[in-house]
Design a protein around this ligand. Structure first.
Ligand code: FAD
Length: 396
């Protein structure tokens, strides 16, 4: 566990103010851990039930690719090794063409890798750590309904009983995701820029089952891609031998979610375009119709803060499409940068918030652009022989 004693008491005032974090997802939980290291009492409010008790992931991507910026943030609160022990290194992309021919593209040199980690598993580790921290209090089933900026008050609704409570806040961290309630209040303040852009593509989670004895049926240490021009499927390995697949597919058109309405249609489509994967997906039809089709959005906004009162973190300020595998990593990096700024500016929250958004906004915008670009690359260009040649030269 992180040590609160590593910071001198002078870092915070003798009676530190309570900090409020909205959202106990990946970024909210990690942010709470970083803030609590400075002896601040931290209150975390989360809309969902405790995922450690329900085991739910709300249908979102089960596996995520964790890369350097994410590792650095986890190491900062002392859980790099713990997470590494349940992460699977992916050293390369494996491309599956329509005939089932495989092409291998290393991610880097000398065993460089990105890592497949379970979203729910990672969230549990962070919540366990937060719960064990005497400075942090966690409250689940608490949905932020109202943020009253003038009176610095929150209205929270208990999602199980419907009861509402009013809480005061002094410094509020909005880590409540792409559809942030905290951000929605900032959107009504003067000169607040906001845009959201949806791709014409949705995504659906599917599964490649584990083989006999929990064996991986395709290369374990790789991110698999089936690029098909206008759409693609990817797969990330799980520890139990299965793979979590994501089909990125147009909403409308001749080859689209709308065009696949029956089990036989889905099977025939997969037999034609994902022929090598189909025999490994015995629950395909069930998964396809049971799992939701989810949308892909890029959200940009600015400023990310209001005076010394509110700061947005993670997807609340910069939701990006998942093709660069950097949404969570960038949100984790937010926590590292916030921590560095608190080192530099102490309790001058307004400076910390302003400097944070000044440093992070250009990075977040670049990441958003790269994510869309990478979609085009993964979907299309990775199958292009000229791209393969370039990659081969780069990896030498
Ligand atoms: P969230 O994970 O959305 O968490 C927000 C939390 O706030 C939730 O727990 C929610 O219940 C809670 N909340 C929401 N509203 C309220 C409210 N009103 N009151 C109280 N609580 C509230 N990123 C990567 O780095 N690598 C990947 O490989 C990757 N793959 C992805 C694949 C897909 C298909 C998708 C959609 C995303 C992927 N991402 C990936 C992005 C990653 O999932 C997000 O960037 C990350 O989850 C952001 O974390 P967050 O804590 O900011 O937001």
């Amino acid at each position: 566990m992180s040590s609160a004693s590593s910071f001198p008491d002078s870092v915070v005032s003798s009676q530190p103010e309570t900090l409020t974090v909205m959202g106990g997802g990946l970024v909210g939980a990690l942010a709470a851990l970083y803030l609590a290291r400075r002896n601040y009492p931290v209150e975390v409010y989360e809309r969902r039930a405790d995922p450690r008790q329900t085991g739910t992931t709300e249908g979102r991507s089960i596996n995520l690719a964790l890369s350097d910026r994410g590792w650095r943030a986890l190491e900062g609160v002392g859980i790099g090794e713990q997470v590494r022990s349940v992460a699977i290194p992916m050293y390369q992309r494996v491309m599956h063409d329509q005939q089932g021919k495989l092409t291998y593209q290393p991610y880097g040199k000398e065993n460089q890798a990105i890592y497949s980690v379970s979203r729910n598993g990672l969230n549990r580790v962070l919540l366990d750590l937060a719960e064990a921290n005497p400075h942090i209090s966690l409250a689940f089933n608490q949905q932020c309904q109202v943020v009253d900026l003038r009176n610095r008050q929150l209205v929270l609704r208990d999602t199980t009983t419907g009861q509402e409570q009013v809480r005061s806040f002094r410094h509020l961290f909005g880590a409540d995701g792409a559809y942030s309630a905290v951000r929605s209040v900032l959107q009504k303040t003067d000169r607040f820029d906001y845009s959201q852009h949806y791709l014409n593509y949705g995504y659906k989670e599917l599964t490649i089952e584990a083989g006999p004895g929990g064996a991986w049926q395709i290369e374990k240490n790789a991110l698999h891609i089936w690029p098909r021009g206008q759409y693609m499927m990817i797969a990330l390995p799980n520890l139990d031998g299965s793979f979590n697949c994501t089909l990125f597919f147009p909403y409308e058109g001749p080859q689209s979610f709308t065009a696949l309405q029956t089990g036989p249609q889905v099977r025939a489509f997969f037999a034609e375009v994902f022929a090598d994967a189909l025999p490994l997906m015995s629950d395909l039809e069930e998964d396809f119709f049971r799992n939701p089709t989810s949308s892909l959005v890029t959200i940009r906004c600015f400023p990310w803060s209001l005076a010394d009162e509110v700061l947005l973190l993670g997807d609340a300020s910069h939701a990006i499409v998942p093709f660069y595998g950097q949404g969570m990593n960038a949100g984790f990096e937010d926590c590292t940068v916030l921590d560095e700024l608190l080192d530099q500016h102490g309790t001058d929250w307004q400076t910390v918030f302003q400097e944070f958004q000044r440093q992070r906004k250009p990075n977040a915008d670049a990441m958003a652009d790269l994510a869309v670009y990478n979609f085009e690359e993964m979907r299309d260009r990775v199958a292009d022989p000229r791209f393969l040649l370039r990659k081969k030269i780069e990896s030498r």
